[in-house]
Design a protein around this ligand. Structure first.
Ligand code: CO
Length: 304
């Protein structure tokens, strides 16, 4: 009886005092805040092309010297290829995020280094959403947009591409970019980018390896423009397998060979977009936004 009377007064008082601590313990708020960045690259199996990813890592590190930076490769095909050839593979996003949770990170900005919001980005977003629903993984997880998301992004990138590769284009020369291309609906971004390129400069064309516009489309454009010389540049984060083989390779069916066979003088530039400061700058802007949104519980992708 004595016990009951005493607890009737004491228990609510103790509970009231403990309430904030109890609530926070359940949601992991008792951990000290630890912020991190995870850069999600497609990846590449070509060692020399990895330097573009390293150089982007360096830029991101210089922009955020106080935040720990990690990377993951979203392409399981590339990871598997590397595991077979070198015996070790970089982490995919699931393993990288699981490791970051294990290492005590509470706030993580995941930045997509993809070019368009296609299949790879859809998968990345699904993984991020899954980690958001996991209890005790992170307090905040934000996802930074791929390179092309808004109309403004497309204007910025069209300008950067022309400034980097097409400023001193002679009247008999054309600039042709090779994007990856996809059958995902966001494959339309390449045609949309062409719209902005055409408004800014003449004889600048965006083609894709696996989608639309195709090389056949580009060849018609080149014929109509009456050019003799073509500069080929990859529009992919790295100058990897597609750029070295499908674009610049010596075999008959590479873009360079097909255009040479038609009589064009062809020059190939082997630089990935992650290695181009003007283009890397937009990815870094998207990362900046993702870091800002770590303060909110909402998904910034729906708001901008
Ligand atoms: Co491919």
């Amino acid at each position: 009886m004595y016990f009951f009377c005493k607890t009737r007064v004491l228990l609510p008082a103790v509970l009231l005092l403990l309430l904030p601590a109890l609530c926070m313990a359940g949601h992991g708020h008792d951990r000290p805040q630890k912020t991190g960045i995870l850069l999600a690259f497609f990846g590449t199996s070509v060692p020399s092309a990895q330097t573009a990813l390293d150089s982007f890592m360096e830029r991101a590190r210089a922009a955020h010297p106080d935040v720990e930076l990690r990377r993951a490769w979203t392409s399981s095909v590339v990871r598997e290829k590397l595991r077979r050839t070198t015996g070790q593979a970089p982490f995919g996003v699931v393993r990288a995020l699981a490791q970051m949770a294990e290492d005590g990170f509470t706030h993580v900005a995941v930045q997509s280094l993809h070019t368009i919001p296609g299949h790879e980005f859809d998968d990345l977003r699904a993984v991020v959403d899954s980690f958001r629903r996991m209890p005790d993984a992170f307090e905040q997880l934000s996802l930074g947009k791929p390179l092309l998301w808004s109309d403004r992004d497309m204007k910025t990138i069209a300008r950067a591409l022309i400034d980097t590769h097409g400023n001193e284009l002679d009247p008999d020369a054309a600039l042709v970019f090779m994007g990856h291309g996809t059958h995902h609906p966001s494959g339309a971004f390449y045609a949309a980018l062409q719209f902005h390129l055409s408004r800014m400069a003449e004889r600048v064309f965006m083609g894709t390896v696996e989608g639309s516009p195709s090389l056949r489309d580009i060849r018609q454009e080149l014929q109509q423009a009456g050019v003799r010389r073509v500069r080929l540049v990859p529009f992919m984060s790295v100058a990897g397998d597609h750029a070295m083989n499908d674009m610049a390779g010596p075999q008959d069916d590479s873009w360079a060979s097909i255009l040479r066979a038609e009589g064009y003088e062809v020059e190939c530039v082997l630089q990935g977009t992650a290695d181009n400061p003007a283009i890397a700058g937009l990815w870094l802007e998207h990362l900046e936004l993702a870091l800002k949104h770590l303060q909110f519980a909402t998904d910034e992708l729906d708001r901008h």
